[in-house]
Design a protein around this ligand. Structure first.
Ligand code: SF4
Length: 153
């Protein structure tokens, strides 16, 4: 099975109540067993919700307790982000997970770049919280911008 950010599949789970439907991705995944995931909804955050960014590091730093996730309104959402990252894997057989395709630049799902915590639209290197958690669990992670790298059999 392939874990896929639900917003990429057209589910309206983004912070702004919309989605990031990606037709090319759907075409690539045709006929494959996919499991939609949205860590922020799994962490009991509402839709819509204020935008949030990782402050003081990346997702690895959040998992290590060295950084946090803040909403633009100043609410500390660190616990919800960590809870969501864990929850999306609950009940799944890890051995059955081939890899994950996650939404680029999200504070949860971003894989190699995320917003830098200043809410100014600037990016920094590093994964979001769920991508970092998946990496720790040995799950390969890609974004929808890397479809050429994905081996679909
Ligand atoms: S990027 Fe991830 S956390 Fe954000 S809406 Fe999409 S699936 Fe949910």
């Amino acid at each position: 099975m392939i874990l896929v950010s639900a917003c990429l599949l057209g589910e309206n789970v983004r912070y702004d109540g919309g989605n990031s439907h990606n037709e090319e991705l759907l075409e690539v995944l045709k006929g494959r067993e996919i499991v939609p995931i949205c860590p922020e909804v799994a962490g009991d955050l509402p839709v819509p919700r204020p935008p949030s960014e990782i402050v003081g590091g990346d997702g690895k730093d959040v998992l290590a307790g060295r950084a946090g996730v803040m909403s633009v309104e100043g609410e500390d959402l660190t616990a919800a982000f960590i809870k969501g990252a864990r929850k999306v894997l609950e009940g799944l057989d890890r051995q059955e997970v081939e890899f994950a395709i996650l939404k680029a630049k999200s504070p949860s799902c971003g894989v190699d770049r995320i917003y830098d915590g200043q809410f100014k639209g600037q990016l920094r290197q590093g994964p979001g919280v769920t991508a970092a958690y998946f990496m720790n669990m040995g799950i390969e992670v890609y974004t929808e911008e890397e479809l050429d790298k994905i081996k679909i059999n």
